[in-house]
Design a protein around this ligand. Sequence first.
Ligand SMILES: Cc1cc2nc3c(=O)[nH]c(=O)nc-3n(C[C@H](O)[C@H](O)[C@H](O)COP(=O)(O)OP(=O)(O)OC[C@H]3O[C@@H](n4cnc5c(N)ncnc54)[C@H](O)[C@@H]3O)c2cc1C
Length: 277
Amino acid sequence: MKSAHADAMPIAGGTDVMVEINLDRHRPSSIIDLTRIADLATWGIEDGMLRVGAGVTYARIIQELGDRLPGLALASRTVGSPQIRNRGTVGGNLGSASPAGDAHPPLLASGALVELASVGGSRRVPAREFFIGPKRNAMKKDELIAAFLVEPARGPQQFAKVGTRNAMVIAVCSLAVALDPERRHVGTGIGSAAPTPVTADDAERFIEGVLDEGGLWEKPVPVDAKALARFGELVAAAARPIDDVRGTAAYRRHALSVMARRTFGWAWDDYRNRVSA
Ligand SMILES: Cc1cc2nc3c(=O)[nH]c(=O)nc-3n(C[C@H](O)[C@H](O)[C@H](O)COP(=O)(O)OP(=O)(O)OC[C@H]3O[C@@H](n4cnc5c(N)ncnc54)[C@H](O)[C@@H]3O)c2cc1C
């Protein structure tokens, strides 16, 4: 159907699509209801990776995958309200590709792949290459998002979000971190502080260097406050925020540096507890 009707708008939970239609921002000539495609609402393990159908809701991520995808589950808990979490899907978040989408930072931090499908076959695009502009993604007109793929968490993961109130709020900015002790990797994902969700590559390399040089993966002691502060600065430097109704660019940078210190600190404490247990 998507191939035959390239302009038709797919609808999953409808929590973005219906807002657009109700506010008359879009009048799609036709829509494709994806909710009856049972495959999209399933998940399973494929070659050691979790393959999660695009139509799996936030509520199910929290209930069914919280142990394997703790970062995404934390982010999912902050999405909207119970009603939105019951209908809204990660596939829909990827489809909208808002810089503020809450699923994006944890998917970036854990190196997820987005599976795109069309009559011509399917391809897997790293989340880092999927977001190509504000509300623009790498999906072609005849493609649909079939699933995302990600390794079950190999270590602690964290997510933090700043909003103008406690719930039902679009992120002013957000940050995810994911530790992978086996690969000695620290992943990051920044939301709502650049034209697209982005990673903080220099910050990742810096903190990985600190952990490696200090032999901290083997002997995990608390990370030095100066190193944490530098990590925060580098995360903030990776953002390209703007002033808007939700916050100023300067506030977003400041909040990111604080969230970076905190989320890494929480994840590292968790890792230390696991090692000493
Ligand atoms: C009150 C309210 C609160 C909200 N709070 C948050 C929040 O806190 N955080 C947050 O990130 N978002 C929030 N949202 C936005 C929305 O809930 C999310 O973006 C959600 O993930 C959208 O999923 P959906 O299944 O409802 O998508 P839909 O509305 O069905 O679709 C969204 C877009 O993706 C496309 N699409 C959907 N599925 C596919 C697919 N399989 N393949 C290709 N394209 C597809 C659609 O064509 C459309 O362009 C909120 C929305 C509302 C109304």
